[in-house]
Design a protein around this ligand. Structure first.
Ligand SMILES: Nc1ncnc2c1ncn2[C@@H]1O[C@H](COP(=O)(O)OP(=O)(O)O)[C@@H](O)[C@H]1O
Ligand SMILES: [Mg+2]
Length: 266
């Protein structure tokens, strides 16, 4: 199969990238998980990595986080080449690594504790972000006393507390039921409007991608590579039912569906 060309980046439309992935490939032993991946992640925008299971979404996210090395290619953060983790990037894990023996407050403050922030200061900051994600009143609870969705919010509050500019989120709403998922998506968008983060968000849901994204990177597998980059132009000012019936929304879902059809119908 011939390789498709990446569409040219529209320099007028896209702000300066917070993160650039250039020519990245990844091999796990003899298996090629990623090949020739080029992506710009515009500053202050939400980009989703969308594609079928096994196309290398998590691998791409971990490489950007600096948690695993690329086999080839380069990662630039704020224009500087990086080869490991950094405080400007925070990973919100899928099965969030919360400390089960610590309260919500301590879990959220933990990144600041590691940096040596005094107790009062880090707890004030943690309380602010716990409230921001809608968990005020749960500061003294332990992770096992929370639902999956609430634990996800604790993970997000922890990422916000260390004040990373770049949030990396791997299918954060995957284990949440449909109704709560919609609420979390709305909450996330509202939060991002205040916090101005660059977000790299992994999902395999077309609907979710179109609803939340400024930019959608469609990945296909064997080997994982970029098949297309779409910048949906969706008006999110109305309610969700309105949006879901709008032409821009339906056209974008259709466009992605056509791109991924071969993979989704396997
Ligand atoms: N540590 C690993 N060792 C070997 N193969 C791996 C490893 N991690 C991922 N893979 C393989 O690489 C491919 C991409 O995986 P992944 O990035 O997890 O995809 P996605 O998140 O899109 O489902 C899959 O085929 C997966 O089985
Ligand atoms: Mg994954």
């Amino acid at each position: 199969m011939a390789h498709k060309q990446m569409p040219p980046v529209d320099a007028d439309q896209a702000p300066e990238p917070a993160v650039s992935v250039r020519g990245v490939g990844k091999a796990y032993g003899p298996f090629r998980a990623l090949q020739g991946v080029d992506i710009d992640f515009p500053r202050g925008q939400l980009t989703t990595l969308l594609g079928p299971s096994g196309c290398g979404k998590t691998t791409t996210l971990k490489i950007v986080a600096g948690l695993i090395p690329a086999t080839e290619g380069e990662i630039f953060v704020g224009g500087r080449k990086v080869s490991g983790p950094g405080p400007e990037r925070a990973f919100v894990f899928q099965d969030f690594a919360l400390m089960p023996w610590a309260t919500v407050l301590r879990n959220v403050a933990f990144g600041l504790e590691l940096r040596g922030a005094p107790r009062k200061e880090r707890e004030d900051i943690a309380r602010h972000h716990i409230a921001e994600v809608g968990l005020a009143g749960s500061e003294q609870k332990y992770p096992h006393q929370l639902s999956g969705g609430m634990r996800q919010r604790v993970g997000l509050a922890r990422a916000l507390a260390v004040d990373a500019d770049i949030l990396l989120m791997d299918e954060p709403f995957a284990s949440v039921d449909e109704q709560n998922r919609r609420k979390f998506q709305e909450d996330l968008l509202r939060l991002l409007a205040q916090e101005k983060k660059t977000v790299i968000f992994v999902t395999h849901s077309i609907e979710e991608a179109v609803y939340i994204s400024d930019q959608i990177v469609i990945l296909t597998r064997n080997p994982g590579r970029v098949s297309r980059i779409i910048r949906p132009d969706i008006d999110r000012s109305g309610d969700f039912d309105e949006l879901r019936r709008s032409k821009a929304y339906l056209d974008t879902v259709d466009e992605i569906w056509n791109e991924l059809r071969d993979y989704l119908e396997e």
